[in-house]
Ligand binder design. Structure first.
Ligand code: B1M
Length: 213
């Protein structure tokens, strides 16, 4: 079993989608527990990718292709995880804030979070405070994750935090933010709970907010 999980990890780290798919299917057919394939295959590989990114050995393209391979494996694994009732690390509603159409970084953050075992509700781009509030109120999410790439749209993060408060759901969720112009200080200023400078640190922040790291 360890050997096939090692091959899955290697496949993901090298961004080899077809090898990842083939080996995830092989592991499932061989009766390896879906939770083990997730934890010791997909999640372990993406944790290593995050580490290499932080150490400057991997860059955004390597992270993107690794995440794509992980997602391909996840598509096969998901029905088995549901059947085995494997619980996600937490549910995250992620979106780029109102007025902002940049989604490359947000998508990468979503993929890395998924690779860390989180369930993602991707709200897309140009997401209004009302849509974030709806996710917090009605979709059972643990974390609201907002991305902004424009200095002109950053205030919509604050507007969303205020809208969550006004709707009485601020305490139901944690709020984390990120994006090129966003800083830790800005997160503190608007009353967000967490901040990630990049996709790898976003995973660390989300885990911290869920009390799992
Ligand atoms: Co635009 N753009 N853009 N753009 N664009 C920037 C952001 C800009 C810095 C370029 C520049 O002038 N040098 C500038 C903003 C200036 C400012 O506000 N200070 C700018 C501008 C001005 C604009 C327009 C206004 C241009 C115009 O039309 N006049 C316009 C706005 C449209 C709109 O949104 N309403 C516009 C449009 C576009 C395109 C559509 C052409 C395209 C976006 C395509 C897309 O996303 N689908 C685009 C692009 C590609 C860029 C640049 C070149 C690259 C952004 C990117 O994808 N980076 C960008 C310049 C730059 O950043 N060098 C620029 C790669 C990505 C992996 O990084 O998004 O930073 P990033 O995400 C990182 C981290 O920030 C972090 O993790 C990610 C991965 O490590 N992160 C999070 C992101 N979200 C997070 C959330 C978290 C945690 C971490 O927790 C929730």
């Amino acid at each position: 079993m360890e050997n096939i999980l090692e091959v899955i990890r290697q496949g993901i780290m090298e961004g080899d989608m077809s090898l990842t798919e083939e080996k995830v299917q092989e592991a499932l057919d061989a009766g390896v527990a879906p939770g083990d394939i997730l934890q010791e295959g997909l999640i372990a590989a993406m944790a290593e990718v995050g580490r290499l990114f932080e150490e400057g050995e991997y860059f955004v393209p390597e992270m993107l292709i690794a995440a794509r391979a992980m997602k391909a494996g996840m598509v096969l694994l998901k029905p088995y995880l549901v059947a085995a009732d494997v619980k996600p690390a937490g549910k995250v509603a992620a979106g780029t804030v109102k007025g902002d159409l940049h989604d490359i970084g947000k998508n990468l953050v979503c993929m890395m979070l998924e690779g860390a075992g989180f369930e993602i509700l991707d709200l897309g781009v140009d997401v209004t405070p009302e849509k974030f509030v709806d996710a917090a109120a009605n979709q059972g999410v643990d974390i609201i994750a907002m991305s902004a790439l424009l200095t002109t749209t950053m205030p919509n993060m604050k507007a969303t935090v205020e809208a969550l408060k006004a709707a009485g759901v601020r305490d139901k969720v944690k709020v984390m933010i990120g994006g090129a112009p966003v800083t830790d200080a800005y997160a503190a200023e608007i009353g967000a709970d967490g901040y990630g400078a990049d996709a790898s640190r976003a995973v660390a922040a989300a885990k911290h907010l869920m009390g799992i790291a």
